[in-house]
Each structure stands twice: as C-alpha cells, then as structure tokens.
Design a protein around this ligand. Structure first.
Ligand SMILES: C[S@@+](CC[C@H](N)C(=O)[O-])C[C@H]1O[C@@H](n2cnc3c(N)ncnc32)[C@H](O)[C@@H]1O
Length: 943
C-alpha cells in the first residue's frame, strides 16, 4: 500500500480535508433579504397499503379498500395471463384522494395480503396519508476552523487573507453570486452543524440540495417518548435534569421546565413524529446505507414496527442492546441497556465492515478449555487454572474445534487415523478438509481426539480477537477513555464509533438529525468521515460547537493525501517488543490456512489505522447553518412575488404564537427572574402589532399596584381596560425568518401612537439593524422596546404538548464590548487592535433597569476580526474560566506562549490587525444558547 508521509511537521494543528466532495453553495445569512429562490412545500405520502390492521366493522376505510381489492382480484383473474390491466386501476377514497393503485392480479393480491397483516396503529395514523413540509433554504451563519483560530493567535496578522478564508473553507462568493447562483454552484465540502427541526432540514437537504441517496449512515437518538423532561437541557452549563412533574417544576423556577418529551397525544403523537422523520431519513440514504435508531426499552417495540413499515422487515439487520448504566436500584430488575435498531436501506447491498474486539478474560475462561504442555500432552484446564488464570510454564491454551460440516459429498466421509484411533464423521456430516489437509494437520500437530470425535486445536494465539456481536457490554460511558459528559443525554462515543466503523468508510457522509452534544459529529470527525448534524435547540448546538472546536484527534495516516480520507487510511501489520500484534492488520490462522499450508489470513481492524504521533489533528472547518430564510414584511404590500407568506399563513402563525404566549406567559430574564404576562390577546384593530398583554410585576416579589388591582377587577367585570393600566404591545417576527428593521419600526410607531407602555419584539432571529433599533427605540420612536428570543422548539409544531415552560421566551441582553488600539508587536509595525468583552447588558422591562453581567460569566464568546456582515468567521473563540482549550494546548506541547491560551479563557482578545472591512463583530452565547451579536467599526477604537 502506498504510504505518503506528510512532510516533517512542526507541532502545528492540522485537519483532514475532503477534496473529492462537494456540496451546493448555501448563501450567507447576510444575503437573506435578497434571496429569491423560493420553493413550494413538499408533500410526502405514505403507502396506503400500510395503513392500520384490516377491520371489518362498519365505517373502517380499510374495509372499502379491501372490498375494492377483492373486486380487482376477480377482474384481473378473468384476464389472460399475466392478468395485467390495460392501465393501472386506482382507488379513490371518500375525500377524493387516490389511496391505492394496482397494475394487475399480483399487485392486487399483494396489497390485499398487506391489508390483513397486523400493523401498528395509533390515533391519527390512518388520517395522515400525506403531510406537507415547508421547503426552506439553509443559510450559513458561522464558519469555524480551529486551525484558523490557532494560526491567528500565532501570527497576529491579517496579511494572508486568502489563506485564512481557505482555512475557514469559505469560497468567498460575491453577494451577486450568492443571490443568483445559490444552490447551483458546487463548493468544496465542509462539515455542517444545522439549527432547525430535523424534518424541515432533511427536506431542505433533499429538495434544495438534492442530497437524496448520498448519506451513508444515519444515527438518530431521538427523545425516547417517555418521561417528562428526559431529553431537554435548558442550560449550557447545567447538566442535571431531574424527572418530575410539570407542576412541581413550575414551582421551582431554578429547575428545568422541560417539555420536549411530552406530546399532545402522548405516544400517538410521538409515533407520528418519528414516522415522518424516519421516512425522510430513508430518502437520504445511499443504496448501501444504514440507519441506527437509539431507543430505550419502553418504546423499542413500537419504533421497530415503524422501521419495519418504512424500511421493510427484510432490511432489519440487528437489534443491539448496549450497556449504559449499572442500574439504579429498581424495585425488581434493573434495566442497564438501551437499544440500537439497525436497518439497511437495502439488506442485499448494505456496506458492512466487520469489527473485532480484543479477547478479554471472559473469552479466556469460556472459550479456551484445554492446554498443550511443552512435552506435547494435552489436557483440560483444572478448576484452579480456570479460576486463577495461571497456567504451567510454556503451556499453550487451545480450544478443540469441530472438523465437520453438515453438507458435502460422500468423498468427504473417509476414515482418518490419528493416535491409533480411526475417526469417521457421524451420519449426515462431512469432513471440512480433504485427505491432504489431514496430513498437514497431523504434521503440524493440530489434531486432537476426544472420545469418538476428532477436533483441530485452535490455539489462543491463532487470533487474539473475537468478532463483535450484537450485544455490547463494554459501552458504559465512564469506562471509555474517561469521556466526560457535557450533555444530559449524551451517548457514549464507543457506541456511535462502532456504528460508523461498521457501516461507513473514511470520507463517507454521516448524518445525525438529533445532534445533542454532537457525539456523532465528533466520532465521524475522529475517523475522517464527513458529517452533517441537526438540532432544534440552541443549547445542544452550543455544546456541540465547543466540543468540536476544541477537540484533538490522532492523525491517521492517509493512503493518498491528495484524496484526503476518501483515499483510505493506512493499515499495517506490526509487532511490539513482546511480539504482540499491535498494527491495524492482524494475522488470523484458520483451519483452511493450516490445511492448505498457506500463510494466515489477515484481518483489518478498522479502528486501528496507523497513527502519526508528530501531528496534532483538530476538527476540520465546519459551518453553522439554520433554516432561517428571507425576512418578510407582513403588511401585504405586494411582496408575495418574492415568495412571501400569505396573510392567511401569517395569520395562522400569529394565532399559534398567541396560543403559545397564552400558555407560557413568562418571559425569562437574567438571574432566573421572570416577567409574567396576563390577559394576552390580539389587539382590537391593528396594522402592525400581534398581541397585547398586561405585565404582572409580582413575579419580582412586588405586591400588585393599586392600578393592577383596579385592572383585575375591571377585567373580572368584563369592562374595558382603564386607560391608565397601559398594556404592553407585542410584535412577532416571521415564522421562518429574522426580524427586520422595518417590522420593528412600524410596530414601534403604532405601539407608541396607541399609548402602549412598552413594545416586545419576539423572534427566532433578528437582523443586526433591527436589534440596534430595538435598543434605541425610545430615542428614535419614543417607546421602550425589548427583544425577546423564542426557542426554535416552538417550530416543532402541533405535536408538542401544551408548552407551559418558561424556557420558551427569554429576554436577551446585548454584549458590551470595548475595542482598543494596542501597540504593534509585529515586524510590519501595522496598527493592532484588541477587543474586551466587558459584559452583557440585559434590560429588565419591569424595573426598567439594565442588569449587568460580567464578561467572564458567559459560557462562550467569539470574535470575527474582519466582519463582512454576511457570515460570522470565528477568528478567536473564548470559553472564559474554563479548561475547554486544555487538550489542544497540551497536544501542542507549549509551542505557543501561555498568554496565547490565557486569552482564550478570558475576556480580552489576542491582538489583531484591521481587515478589509474595518469592523469587528462579537458574538456572545448566553446560558440558554442564545446568540447575541454586536458589530463595532475599528474607527471607534480608543487608546
Ligand atoms: C437524546 S438527545 C441526543 C443526544 C446525543 N446522542 C448526544 O450524544 O449528545 C436528542 C436531541 O434531539 C434533539 N431533537 C429532538 N427533536 C428534534 C427535531 N425534531 N429536530 C431536531 N432536533 C431534535 C433534541 O434537542 C436533543 O438535543
């Protein structure tokens, strides 16, 4: 195998590239206002023959279909062979939908049989023969590259613009190209972290990018559809999520008020949620692809039925229980495992690489029952030897292995003489080798007779590994390379790594629509696979980003560096000083190789490629994307042509948001304080506002004011609001877009004119100009405004149960930063700058005061030293007061001065030179994963 050694490496950080792979250009988020390439929603249909069990009582629609199929069978049977109709016959149900179509007798019989198969049924399944998914483009919000960060810190300069962008994997398309050629032009591949509902994102991958049939493996670890709160972590730095009931939680605002795992119709909604996503996942898989679904014992049987429905029972590969805990003291038996359901897209073509595990003590005890002593005598191990594992000196452990097959010809039933005894296979059995083979086995002293049976001796040293089975007992998270857990429901890397290694090759694409803390992306990166990972929550996404950005991996040698991992890793056979096989290729002596006098077979251990210890590998460039398209102005001013949402659609979105606000009338502020709203309702007559409400200040421990008491009494009596009560106004941003400046301006003007006391702008994202206007609203329009971030989880739609949680809306602050000039330290003597994060200012709409939070008290902040207003390039990434960068620092062995790393754990950036855009952007990630952005021109720098 050709081994291309990378050039002698300084201890720099290197990463893998994927030069052979491409993906369609996604536009930068800064171009969203111009983006015009809208697409209609896609309708997905289920095969009607897979509707619920045939039920002959009265109304059931399956009865009608059954009767129709019977009539088709009659009709087709009367036709001459092959009993095909001239054109396919269709069955239309009472709502006018085509639910079945048959071309002839065979199909009609098959569909009739399918009808009577017992199938999993649940409320709403039969009605959901099809569903629509909006087709949204993905915009690139951030580009990240650990190498770029490390390089910037070392050189402190910006004279290698091109190289920097290359490090980010940013093709630097002009705005015109991004607007006109998005999704047409092909770019070099970069890995992807995507914020959004997996259904919408997978639909975008299929229909904007044509990624159908290109994903080699999907790992899905969805909510298990069981206990409340078991899959949701609302804080970046707080991992303990306790199960409890919703009411208890609301009384303890400190605790998680999660809702992610509760569903409107419980299990019924859960199954619908899973089925829709599994359907789209199937379309993404290559013909040789696999999907793994991680699930607990509560719903494993239902999810398996779903997968049978969608992937076909014949494509079931394995059900793998894997140990995840030692047990928690259950009343009866402790459950210690979760399960992996493994299905192939097509079992005949599935890609499979066998994995082996080193034989442990268990195997020694159970498998190798005999020893051969130096004088050639053989005997069974004694009980003591078995238990203690201590054997006589130079004894060789072996296992007597069978020499028969249950098929063969009479020629393979000859007598064999050994040690004075003659052996023949029992009736119906045949020797596994021929006469010559027996001669070789005798010569090699490999035969062993016991009673009337002849065996061959399989020595322990013939192969020191066992095939991995579908029962994984060594997967307890703590037992694996002291992996520390950052997310409440983090999967052990060992589990996902195995799935990746079994079903993909280096360079293949792996997708995880349930990113969490990014374990799949992390394992895929580790083994040189390309990856896409999706999550609808900001907290897990923030955790995954940090984990990937600060990780280090071994450098696996590449067969062909110009091809990247797609050219394969280098595997070699090698032994250590003790003569043990320690390479990625190990010998495997088999009966066949001995009998044929051939060199032993060689097995490749996919998890043991050659490592070049001189190179420190970091995560390659990746980007953060989201399903947030064009911001839309709602007032129906003729923007429909650009694909804007119709007034009707907007109306239904506003209604839904109103409902959510009514059910979760709590705005969360810094420091676990809240503002509670009362009497949330649509304003009587409005042009730009979405809702109005009263603010309940008791949440702050204040007693209600006289005004509020009067107000409440007035409400109870059904009277109009007293003018003095001054309700607050709300405007909701778009469902699939960022809040625009225009939306804020119009809403603020109306709110001011109508005498509201305050304007709350609620959105999933906000443009930076719009954010600026919110901050300066009192000055510009005359009314105070506050931006409230809504969690994207709301977009999971009707399936989610009443969202009572106060985690839904949070009031975000604005970063307070200082940009300073610093003395140039570089040879060029060019002016250098530094940025300090002073803190986070959060406006408290109740006390009307600004709360300040110190800069070193945020989970993370990022700096783009040359912000182009299109996409955020993370040139420096800070995780204050943490050891996040420690592993990289250690790997680079003091190559960089200590103060370089100090910057990355603090609030002051490393010095940098001005770039072509003359401005910097600072992004702060708060505890809820919200992103707060501020842009500063360098011309404002002091000092
Ligand atoms: C059990 S966790 C995955 C944990 C992951 N295996 C790890 O090792 O960290 C499930 C994740 O799926 C996300 N999720 C649930 N429903 C989703 C959806 N419809 N779209 C995208 N993400 C979703 C949740 O936010 C959660 O982070």
């Amino acid at each position: 195998m050709p081994r291309v050694k990378p050039k002698a490496k300084p201890p720099e950080a290197e990463s893998y590239k994927h030069p052979e792979s491409e993906s369609p250009m996604r536009p930068d988020v800064g171009t969203q206002a111009q983006f015009k390439k809208k697409k209609p929603p896609v309708t997905y249909r289920y095969d009607s023959s897979l509707s619920p069990a045939l039920d002959w009582d009265g109304q059931n629609s399956a009865r009608e279909l059954g009767e129709w199929l019977l009539s088709m069978i009659d009709k087709a049977a009367a036709l001459p062979s092959p009993h095909s109709f001239e054109k396919p016959q269709t069955f239309v149900n009472s709502s006018g939908k085509v639910v079945a179509s048959v071309a002839g007798l065979q199909e009609a019989i098959a569909q009739f049989k399918a009808l009577s198969k017992p199938l999993l049924n649940w409320a709403g399944k039969a009605e959901r023969l099809s569903f629509d998914v909006p087709t949204l483009p993905l915009f690139v919000h951030e580009r990240l590259s650990t190498k770029a960060i490390v390089d910037t810190l070392v050189s402190h300069k910006r004279d290698k613009q091109q190289t920097m962008f290359e490090l980010f994997g940013d093709p630097q398309h002009s705005v015109t190209d991004q607007v006109l050629r998005a999704y047409e032009h092909m770019d070099k591949w970069v890995n992807r972290l995507i914020l959004g509902d997996s259904l919408v994102v997978m639909n975008s991958l299929l229909h904007y990018e044509g990624l159908g049939g290109q994903v080699q493996m999907i790992y899905m670890d969805p909510p298990y559809g069981v206990k409340f709160g078991s899959n949701f972590q609302p804080f970046v730095r707080k991992r303990d999520v306790t199960h409890g009931d919703d009411e208890d939680m609301t009384r303890e605002p400190e605790m998680v008020q999660a809702y992610r795992d509760t569903w409107e119709l419980g299990l019924h909604s859960y199954l619908t949620y899973m089925r829709d996503r599994l359907l789209l996942a199937r379309d993404l898989l290559t013909p040789s692809g696999s999907i793994f679904v991680q699930i607990s014992d509560e719903n494993v049987h239902h999810v398996r039925e779903l997968l049978d429905d969608l992937y076909g029972p014949e494509n079931f590969v394995n059900l793998v229980p894997f140990v995840k805990t030692t047990g928690k003291g259950a009343e009866r038996l402790d459950t210690t495992v979760d399960f992996l359901l493994w299905y192939a897209r097509d079992i005949e073509n599935v890609k499979f690489r066998r994995l082996f595990a080193e034989r442990g003590r268990y195997a020694f005890e159970k498998m190798f029952t005999h020893i051969e002593l130096p004088d050639g005598t053989c005997r069974r191990l004694t009980k003591e030897e078995h238990e203690s594992g201590s054997l006589p000196e130079d004894a060789r452990l072996f296992k007597p292995q069978g020499l028969y097959n249950d098929s063969g010809s009479d020629e393979a039933r000859f007598p064999v003489e050994y040690d004075g005894q003659v052996y023949v296979p029992p009736p119906g059995y045949f020797w596994r080798t021929n006469k010559h083979g027996f001669d070789v086995l005798k010569e090699a002293r490999r035969l062993f007779g016991a009673g009337r049976t002849l065996y061959w001796r399989q020595y322990e040293t013939d192969f020191s590994y066992t095939r991995i089975t579908a029962h994984w007992t060594d997967t307890m998270p703590s037992g694996y390379a002291s992996e520390s857990s950052i997310y409440v429901v983090q999967t052990s890397s060992k589990v996902i790594t195995r799935c990746i290694l079994m079903t993909t090759d280096p360079g293949d694409l792996v997708l995880d629509p349930t990113c969490g803390s990014g374990t799949t992306a992390f394992c895929a990166e580790h083994f040189g696979r390309r990856w896409i990972t999706i999550d609808t929550s900001r907290v897990p996404l923030a955790l995954a980003r940090q984990r990937l950005l600060t990780a280090t991996f071994p450098w696996y040698e590449l067969n062909d560096e110009s091809r990247g991992p797609a050219g394969g890793f280098v595997y070699v056979r090698k032994q250590n000083k003790k003569g043990e096989e320690v390479g990625g290729i190990v010998p495997h002596i088999t009966l066949e190789s001995i009998a044929k006098n051939e060199p032993p077979k060689e097995e490749v251990l996919p998890d043991r490629p050659e490592v070049d210890n001189k190179i420190t590998r970091v995560t390659g460039p990746f980007c953060v994307e989201a399903t947030i398209p064009t911001p839309v102005d709602w007032e129906g001013d003729g923007v429909e042509d650009s694909g804007a949402v119709s007034a009707e659609e907007r109306g239904s979105f506003v209604d839904r948001m109103l409902e959510v606000l009514r059910k979760s009338p709590v705005l969360r502020l810094e420091g676990n304080r809240t503002v509670t709203l009362r009497n949330v309702r649509p304003p009587a007559k409005t042009l730009s506002l979405s809702a109005e409400a009263l603010v309940d200040a008791t949440a702050h421990g204040q007693t209600p004011s006289l005004q509020e008491v009067v107000q409440e009494a007035a409400e109870k009596n059904g009277k109009a609001l007293p003018l003095s009560a001054k309700p607050v106004a709300f405007v909701f941003g778009p469902e699939n877009g960022a809040v625009s400046e225009k939306l804020v301006y119009e809403a603020a003007r109306e709110a001011h004119a109508k005498g509201y006391s305050h304007l709350y702008v609620i959105g999933f994202a906000i443009q930076s100009h719009a954010r600026e206007l919110v901050e300066k609203c009192l000055e510009v329009v005359g009314i105070l405004a506050t931006y409230v971030q809504a969690t994207p989880d709301i977009m999971m739609g009707d399936l989610l149960k009443n969202m009572r949680s106060s985690q839904i809306f949070s009031v975000c602050g604005l970063p307070e930063v200082k940009v300073r000039r610093v003395k140039a330290k570089t040879k060029t003597k060019a002016q250098s700058y530094e940025v300090e994060l002073l803190g986070l200012d959060v406006f408290d709409p109740v006390t009307m005061e600004v709360q300040h939070r110190k800069g070193d008290d945020v989970p993370a902040w990022f700096l783009d030293t040359d912000y182009n207003a299109l996409c955020f390039h993370v040139s420096q990434a800070f995780f204050p007061r943490t050891a996040a960068w420690d592993s990289l620092k250690k790997a680079l062995k003091g190559e960089y001065e200590e103060r370089v790393w100090d910057h990355l754990a603090g609030t002051v950036s490393a010095p940098f030179e001005a770039g072509q855009h003359g401005q910097v952007a600072v992004k702060v990630i708060d505890d809820r994963g919200n992103e707060l952005l501020v842009v500063k021109p360098l011309s404002e720098a002091k000092g």
